[in-house]
Design a protein around this ligand. Structure first.
Ligand SMILES: C[S@@+](CC[C@H](N)C(=O)[O-])C[C@H]1O[C@@H](n2cnc3c(N)ncnc32)[C@H](O)[C@@H]1O
Length: 281
């Protein structure tokens, strides 16, 4: 029997139309042009949404570099510095990339210190985040946005943590998956604990990771956020967990939607921001 009457679309067609409408909503442009970005204000909920990667600086400064793959949205760092630092405080970013943290520090009159294995600017000093040339308890705030497993090729430096696969198969039954990535990240976290003054705060911005894998149904999910949070709890007291929604244009691509539906996996739609406090007394 024919299901749809004349003038009425059959059910299967209705589903297609709903899916098409949903994908069109997600395809609406989200980018906001420089000079037209919404004014900065301190967010008060644990869901942070913002329509642009950067904010319009009152000093006309740009934060980081728009050409740098994997740069942190500058307003995330701005929110943290507003809440957890004061004018003149020292802020360290041990994986400084394009230097976004340093530029936000300039805007807010904080003293920014940036390190990276592959410095992109003269103000960034070459150092391994696991061994910072800083005295114990010498900084007031730390921010870090580390590599999320091997998702970006940052440099040829063999010490780059972005070369360590958070989903690497365990070498033995006693070793967890991705052990080398998590061991390296624990060294970074321990180093931040060492250089941070007591009763001060840090923020770690990270995303889980996923990759398609032949012969593994549903692919390979790496819960990097939860694993790093568990490690940090051994050093710091958790203050809060923020979900940062990335209005990433790439996620709206039709072929990405199609592949995610067909492969029965999810595209990464948010980052975690873990806020921790050093409390050693
Ligand atoms: C996600 S990016 C940081 C982005 C940065 N917050 C920005 O806004 O441009 C991660 C950075 O970690 C650096 N990195 C990786 N392993 C490192 C290590 N062992 N020590 C220091 N930096 C490292 C990479 O070179 C890369 O610049």
């Amino acid at each position: 029997m024919k299901r749809g009457r004349q003038g009425h679309k059959p059910k299967s067609d209705l589903r297609e139309r709903i899916e098409k409408a949903a994908s069109e909503v997600e395809r609406e442009p989200r980018g906001v042009r420089p000079g037209k970005r919404p004014p900065l204000r301190v967010f008060t909920s644990t869901l942070w949404e913002y329509p642009s990667q950067h904010y319009d600086s009152p000093n006309g400064n740009f934060q980081g570099s728009k050409d740098y793959t994997g740069a942190t949205p500058s307003w995330v760092i701005w929110q943290l510095l507003q809440r957890y630092t004061r004018t003149g405080d020292t802020v360290v970013d041990p994986m400084c990339g394009s230097g976004t943290t340093l530029d936000v520090c300039t805007d807010l009159d904080r003293k920014g210190i940036g390190f990276d294995l592959a410095p992109t600017r003269p103000e960034i000093t070459r150092a391994d985040a696991r061994e910072l040339p800083l005295e114990n308890e010498s900084v007031d705030f730390a921010f870090v946005d580390p590599p999320y497993s091997t998702h970006v090729d940052y440099s040829d430096d063999p010490a780059c943590i972005g070369k360590l696969d958070a989903g690497a198969r365990a070498a033995s039954e006693h070793e967890p998956e991705g052990a080398r990535y998590y061991e390296a990240m624990e060294e970074v976290i321990a180093e931040l604990h060492r250089v941070l003054r007591n009763r001060r705060y840090m923020g770690l911005y990270v995303s889980d990771s996923f990759r398609k894998e032949k012969g593994r149904k549903g692919g390979h999910f790496m819960p990097i956020g939860f694993e790093l949070f568990a490690i940090m709890r051994d050093y710091f007291r958790p203050v809060d967990i923020i979900s940062v929604v990335r209005h990433n244009q790439k996620l709206a691509r039709g072929n990405w939607h199609k592949a995610a539906q067909e492969g029965n996996y999810f595209l990464r739609g948010f980052n975690y921001l873990f806020i921790m406090k050093k409390e050693d007394d």
